[in-house]
Write a protein that binds this ligand. Structure first.
Ligand SMILES: Cc1cc2nc3c(=O)[nH]c(=O)nc-3n(C[C@H](O)[C@H](O)[C@H](O)COP(=O)(O)O)c2cc1C
Length: 240
């Protein structure tokens, strides 16, 4: 399956076979990651595929591998990580490998060689126990008109994006020239404290779906003086 079709089939996998993936497959994953598109190419980031022993999570389940992601703390670095690694999530799921973004976890007994990069998030991966894919009517997502100022079918790939606790914090507005502005729901104070970091990753994830569905035309940029939107934070603008 290609990456675009995977958007409408994928789901977070929380039950894995213990058998590790073979080293050829892991090399293919590394090659895909190394060639994924970045949202902001000025930000240094890195990753390591770690075994279960090197991970501590609050989850009751385990996967044979985890991608631990690190980044410089610069500009839109959370969005950049979401953008890059959602392409990886789609790639893995398109190949029959289960994945789950995990906010509630971190590496243990592992130090990133670049001391200037901080740990951002982990993603579990491995062969799924049970079905990898789901049917389109099994997605729980907001309606198109809840995530945009106009009902616009071109935003469907973003509508289907995964997000921390399925918060779907994105909101899109349309500009006269056909471009879009993207905002993130601020939410109430405590919610923003808990989800603020993850919701920035979510925004990058939604942008990755729009990129994958429009890879020839997708352009992302940040305006100096964006329009303000009550209860929301400006995250960037794009063309698709
Ligand atoms: C940034 C981020 C953090 C997440 N953290 C966790 C987590 O700690 N544990 C978990 O089980 N799922 C986690 N998820 C998975 C979401 O709960 C899941 O993507 C969402 O409920 C939508 O479901 P779906 O991915 O099956 O479509 C996370 C997802 C994202 C994007």
């Amino acid at each position: 399956m290609n990456l675009e079709d995977t958007i409408y089939k994928r789901q977070s996998i929380r039950s894995y076979e213990e058998t590790p993936l073979d080293s050829e497959t892991l090399d293919e994953v590394r090659e895909f990651i190394d060639n994924a598109k970045e949202l902001n190419p000025d930000i240094k980031w890195s990753y390591e595929i770690l075994p279960t022993e090197n991970i501590s999570t609050m989850m009751r389940w385990k996967a044979p591998h985890y991608i631990a992601i690190f980044s410089e703390e610069k500009d839109n670095y959370y969005q950049n990580v979401g953008f890059i690694f959602q392409q990886v999530d789609l790639f893995l799921q398109s190949k029959g490998i289960g994945t789950c973004w995990i906010g509630m976890g971190s590496p243990k007994n592992y130090e990133n060689p670049d001391g200037n990069q901080k740990f951002i998030i982990i993603i579990s991966l491995g062969l799924p126990k049970g079905n990898l894919y789901r049917e389109i009517n099994q997605f729980r997502r907001k309606k198109l008109e809840q995530i945009s100022d106009k009902t616009d079918e071109r935003l469907v790939p973003a509508q289907f994006a995964p997000s921390a606790s399925n918060t779907q914090p994105w909101y899109f507005t349309h500009n006269e020239d056909g471009s879009y502005d993207l905002y993130r729901e601020k939410g109430w104070l405590l919610k923003n404290k808990i989800y603020g970091k993850w919701n920035q990753i979510d925004v990058g994830i939604a942008l990755a779906h729009l990129y994958v569905a429009n890879s020839d035309t997708f352009k992302f940029y940040i305006k100096d003086n964006p329009k303000k939107l009550k209860g929301h934070l400006y995250q960037g603008s794009f063309e698709i």
